[in-house]
Design a protein. Structure first.
Length: 105
């Protein structure tokens, strides 16, 4: 499966969704190593594009994302992590990173 997902791609977007509420909590990027660590540890690992390094969500804040299941889209170019969050998913302290509402003009 990992070869289908990372077929010529260094990074793949990963959507994080709460398993209980179906709320989209955040979007991050995964590389092969972070994907493998996620499978191995049962918590979400990502690759930070700004810091150019791996990070385990919750490592410093304690707000871990515990993996319930993982899926891909039909083209294998986006990962969906269905999780049980321990605390807020957003670094701002919000439950979800998607709190900036846009209204019609």
């Amino acid at each position: 499966m990992i070869d289908k997902i990372f077929n010529g791609r260094e990074l793949v977007p990963a959507i994080v969704q709460d398993s209980d509420t179906n709320e989209v909590l955040m979007l991050a990027y995964m590389n092969r190593e972070s994907y493998s660590l996620t499978l191995k540890t049962g918590t979400a690992w990502f690759f930070s594009r700004s810091r150019q390094k791996l990070w385990n969500k919750g490592e410093t804040s304690g707000n871990f994302l515990y993996i319930n299941d993982i899926a891909t889209d039909c083209d294998y170019d986006t990962i969906l992590l269905r999780v049980t969050p321990k605390g807020p998913a957003c670094h701002t302290g919000s439950r979800s990173c998607f709190f900036n509402k846009i209204t019609k003009a």
